[in-house]
Write a protein that binds this ligand. Sequence first.
Ligand SMILES: [Mn+2]
Length: 240
Amino acid sequence: MKVFFLSDLHLDNGTSVAALRFGRFLASEPQRGDILLLGGDIFDLLVGNKRVFRSRFAPVLKAITEAGARGVQVHYLEGNHDFHFAGMFRGQSNVQIHTADFSIPERAIWVSHGDLIDPDDTGYRFLRFVTKNAPFRAFVWSMPEALVDFIGSRSSGASRKYTTGRVENEGTERLRRIYLEFARAKVKDGYRHVLVGHSHLRDQIAIDGGEYVNLGFSADKLNVAVLDEGAAAFRIREIS
Ligand SMILES: [Mn+2]
């Protein structure tokens, strides 16, 4: 039984090169009994169970659903670009939506989107406080489709410019360090594989007794981390 991990694809529609690659991967690789971990920000904007998003991302949502239907255990953790969408997968018992960090105890895996690791990101913390709750979900539900899309794409575009245009500097070193510290603490708690996204800083670092994995952001070339049966560490490769 294999475990697959992907995050931060930031798909902006259902028919882009990246979306088609992801769809082909979902249709062919994870088999019945395998675990598929989606670590958040799979979509660049998917907030609320709105028709505009169901239709924009239809091929990808269908591929996720079909993977679950053939017996793949799908765990999808909300990111800061994709949340309040659990309704899209209602009734699909093999597709579990997580609104907070979670673990796969039998493989000693911890999965975190990573958006709460940096204690100094106070602006984002406030935004999260305002948006990630039931009243805001109800508010999105009541809003016209086009308005959610308009406001969302403006804020998601602004945040993406920040994250993809990031250059290596002292700030990134600081982020790397605190993400790694986060992973070390989880390994101390007994997890062997700490899978994190959000920072867009790709890393795979061995920690005494475990590892920290972050796939970064790869635009059209999607990365997947795979844990084979009995393997000690994930291996990262590109999806072609
Ligand atoms: Mn993120």
